[in-house]
Design a protein around this ligand. Structure first.
Ligand code: ZN
Ligand code: ZN
Length: 333
């Protein structure tokens, strides 16, 4: 019996009686991170990292939550389960599952570069590795984040000198917190859309130190936003809500901005290819470093990527899941 099985409710460990990031309600769910496609409503019991807990509570309300530290084992029917940093967003974890000497690791979403806020990704040796593949094509090779931050800062200060507001689209959970620090270094005031602010407030209340940023109050005079930076979810671009920031330009912070045509297609003025996922090289290096002799590939370019792995001699299979492919703006927090 495989230690983890792929079922219509999600990744299931039959021996331990738990699911990992299930997409239908189950009794016991181990949650890799608080993005809505991985952490869904309706489970009876949730296990997650301490840093994920406040965001899960914000999203799902009161529930049976248990949280643990990195590498703090929980035993379920003899199966040892532990969480290890995935480097994707605050609290994001890989799930290590061990039974009778066999180890499987479920990556969840991950990135290899240390963003200073999500905890440095850790390679966890295993027999079988289940990896995401959001950016599993060779065209997705990230520049070092410092270069992208510098471009973004320059764009913001340039707009500021022209008397314009810089509007940046970013995921409310993850990207928005990550770009706060580099933006704050410009010294220009920062405003947050309500969805971004709710996450910000929750993290501040949980003890995180984040750069100062104010909520966009609906009744605030238009002048108060003049020459500021505003972080918004992509879904508000083009809506009447945006009028208060005029004159402004829109920049998008997303790995998809690596493809030039997407800047035009998304109707934004500038693209900053900053991703919270591993790029092509990051995926390959990680897979090799785990030492796994079997790899399963989930959401993203799973078919092309698993085919490539087989070609280079790594036994790999493609797995269908119901995690979002992280297209641009289909986010709720
Ligand atoms: Zn995610
Ligand atoms: Zn995902």
């Amino acid at each position: 019996m495989a230690l983890i099985q792929f079922t219509d409710r999600g990744l299931f460990c039959p021996q331990g009686g738990f699911y990992i990031d299930p997409w239908r309600p189950v009794d016991r769910a181990v949650i890799t991170h608080a993005h809505s496609d991985h952490a869904r409503w309706g489970n009876k019991n949730y296990l997650c990292h301490h840093h994920t807990l406040p965001i899960l509570q914000l999203r799902l309300g009161p529930n049976n939550f248990q949280s643990v530290d990195w590498n703090e084992p929980v035993f379920m029917n003899g199966v040892k389960v532990s969480l290890h940093p995935a480097g994707h967003i605050i609290g994001s974890s890989q799930v290590r599952v061990e039974y009778q000497g066999e180890v499987w690791v479920v990556s969840g979403d991950y990135k290899c570069e240390n963003d200073g806020i999500s905890e440095q990704f850790e390679v966890v040796p295993c027999n079988t590795f289940i990896t995401e593949s959001t950016f599993g094509l060779p065209i997705y090779t990230w520049k070092p984040q410092q270069e992208i931050y510098a471009d973004m800062q320059q764009w913001i200060t340039q707009l500021n000198s022209e008397g314009k507001t810089a509007v940046l689209t970013a995921y409310s959970l993850g990207k928005a917190q990550r770009i706060l620090q580099p933006i704050s270094e410009t010294g220009i005031p920062i405003f947050l859309h309500g969805a971004v602010y709710n996450v910000h407030r929750t993290l501040l209340d949980a003890g995180w130190k984040l750069p100062a940023a104010k909520r966009v109050e609906l009744d605030a005079p238009k002048e108060s936003f003049k020459k500021s930076v505003v972080i918004v979810p992509g879904s508000v671009i083009g809506s009447p809500w945006m009028k208060r920031f005029s004159p402004y330009a829109v920049g998008s912070c997303s790995g998809w901005m690596q493809v030039r045509g997407n800047v035009r297609r998304r109707n934004v003025d500038a693209g900053f290819p900053l991703s919270d996922h591993a790029d092509w090289n990051g995926l390959l290096q990680t897979i090799k470093a785990t030492g796994a002799d079997k790899v399963f590939v989930t959401h993203g370019f799973q078919s092309a990527f698993s085919r490539y792995l087989n070609e280079i001699g790594i036994e790999a299979g493609e797995v269908k899941t119901e995690y979002a492919d992280e297209q641009f703006e289909n986010e709720t927090i």
